[in-house]
Design a binder for this molecule. Structure first.
Ligand code: ATP
Ligand code: MG
Length: 249
């Protein structure tokens, strides 16, 4: 197994009196695609925001490349290579695509490699190259998700974390987004992604964790979890189960 890039150890997080994460531990090895799935309110976004440094744990620790992040700021984490694609994309609708991408490379290290990163993003997302001078707000939902991921790539992530990769997208665009995640994977980027389409997530990931009410309740390779009857009943609709059976043959 490759070296752990990210280790989450016994992490607890609360919103005021409400505890959202209970002793959560997980490991993301270098070069893998790891999926976080599970029911609404399970704590997936809370976990990603804590890894990004937007929320502070009440207990436990996050280690990146073997070092405790402690109270490292969001900006310092981005500089280390931990970059989140937020839920809802958070693009600047009135700025152009190129301007949005430039904002992804705002830290000195990333700015120094701006041109190479832009070529990389345009290589991955030709539609963004074609429309680079158009306003981000005019892109379709799927294109906006591409831009949000592209903006994260501009920051030269070692670990890219995507909250709700395919939310609101058609099946075809969902597939496009997953193809892009695969392309990033082939370029060596490690990915931690939250995905509501459990079937799709399990098929694309190397490993997955299932969260429920602030706990990790199951983990394994994508194939192991796809074969798990309990998980199929809980998280995969009948159609998805049939599709995944079809996919196995
Ligand atoms: N800003 C907040 N203030 C108070 N409670 C919050 C806040 N954000 C989330 N919570 C609560 O923390 C718990 C975990 O929420 P979180 O958003 O992390 O879940 P999730 O797994 O991402 O859910 P979803 O699949 O619906 O996006 C939930 O009970 C939620 O209501
Ligand atoms: Mg969420």
């Amino acid at each position: 197994m490759a070296n752990p890039l990210l280790e989450v150890r016994n992490l607890s997080v609360s919103y005021g009196d409400v505890r959202a994460l209970f002793d959560v531990s997980l490991t993301v090895e270098e070069g893998l695609i790891v999926a976080l799935v599970g029911s609404n309110g399970g704590g997936k976004s809370t976990l990603l925001k804590t890894i990004s440094g937007l929320l502070h744990p009440t207990g436990g620790d996050v280690l990146f490349e073997g070092e405790s992040l402690g109270k490292t700021s969001v900006k310092q984490r981005v500089d280390k290579g931990i970059v989140q694609v937020p839920e809802g994309r958070r693009l600047f609708a009135n700025l152009t695509i190129r301007e949005n991408l430039r904002l992804g490379a705002y830290l000195p290290k990333a700015r120094a490699n701006y041109k190479d990163s832009l070529e990389r993003v345009f290589g991955l997302f030709p539609v963004l190259k074609e429309r680079q001078n158009g306003k981000a707000g005019l892109l379709s939902g799927g294109e906006q998700q591409m831009l949000a991921i592209g903006r994260a790539v501009m920051a030269q992530p070692k670990l890219i974390m995507i909250d709700e990769a395919s939310l609101g997208l058609s099946p075809i665009l969902t597939k496009t987004i997953f193809d892009l995640i695969d392309a990033l994977h082939e370029q060596g980027t490690t990915t931690l992604l939250i995905e509501q389409n459990v079937n799709m997530a399990l098929k694309h990931c190397d490993k997955a964790y299932v969260m429920r009410t602030g706990n990790i309740v199951m983990s394994g390779t994508g194939d192991e979890l796809l074969a798990d009857e309990e998980l199929r009943k809980a998280y995969l609709g009948r159609r998805a189960v049939a599709e995944s059976r079809g996919g196995e043959s």
